[in-house]
Design a protein around this ligand. Structure first.
Ligand code: DX5
Ligand code: ZN
Length: 226
């Protein structure tokens, strides 16, 4: 019995939004019932793609009351934590693969005023978080290799979610476990069953005709997997 898995949260990723109308797109997902705005920051080094930085996020943040869930796909994230929190990151996560001093970065995020998270690439084992798990607000488990929207979900990652949820339950901590990559109608239930509670969906939402209908369909499919 999983005790700490929270209610289903749907977090559309603006990576697949129309950037020319970013404010309107964010307001459309807010009206459509989104719980969080997922924000993918890419630096062209850690991942082979570039997106945006703090000035764009600061402008976008002013268009909504939803929390911003900022996912840093950048090297040397410790140099930029305060800038992203200042721009409006409510949740802020760093990739484990680029943090030799992970415990220190987690403390830095918390001291800057955001909810700290760590992201695991598909190949990164979940036990790298054993010692820091109690310091985290969320863990983001990548279900694709980061860098692009619209990729296929990797089901081999699912046992990592189960591992993390079991550890959190053993420790008695209230940990959000988020999945990111290839989440859509046909994949969301398996991630929920493994123990996830926050679901990032980029192309599934923003490439659909009706954001509200898509968000509510994803939420219903996840809830049915309980
Ligand atoms: C990938 C990003 C994801 C991406 C997911 O590097 O971290 O957040 O937007 O996109 P979909 O949902 O289309 O797989
Ligand atoms: Zn992401």
């Amino acid at each position: 019995m999983m005790t700490t898995r929270g209610p289903v949260h749907i977090a559309p990723s603006i990576l697949s939004a129309d950037f020319a109308r970013l404010g309107e797109e964010i307001q459309a997902i807010e009206r459509g019932g989104a719980d969080l705005v997922h924000v993918d920051v890419m630096d062209g080094h850690f991942v082979p793609n570039l997106t945006f930085g703090p000035p764009v996020i600061a402008c976008a943040r002013r268009t909504t009351s939803l929390e911003f869930d900022v996912h840093l796909m950048i090297t040397n994230p410790e140099r930029y934590i305060e800038a992203y929190v200042g721009a409006g990151a409510d949740w802020l996560c760093v990739q484990a693969e680029v943090c030799p001093h992970l415990d220190r970065v987690i403390q830095q995020i918390r001291q800057a005023g955001a909810k700290p998270g760590v992201v695991l690439n598909p190949h990164t084992p979940p036990n790298v978080l054993d010692v820091v798990l109690e310091e985290l607000h969320h863990v983001l488990v990548m279900t694709v290799n980061p860098g692009f929207g619209g990729q296929a979900f990797i089901p081999r990652v699912l046992p990592k979610i189960d591992y993390l949820r079991s550890r959190a339950d053993t420790l008695g901590i209230d940990l959000r476990i988020e999945v990111d990559g290839g989440i859509k109608a046909t994949t969301i239930a398996s991630a929920r069953s493994a123990g996830a509670d926050v679901f990032v969906a980029g192309s599934a939402v923003f490439k659909s005709e009706d954001y509200a209908a898509t968000i509510s369909d994803l939420r219903a499919r996840a809830a049915a997997a309980e």
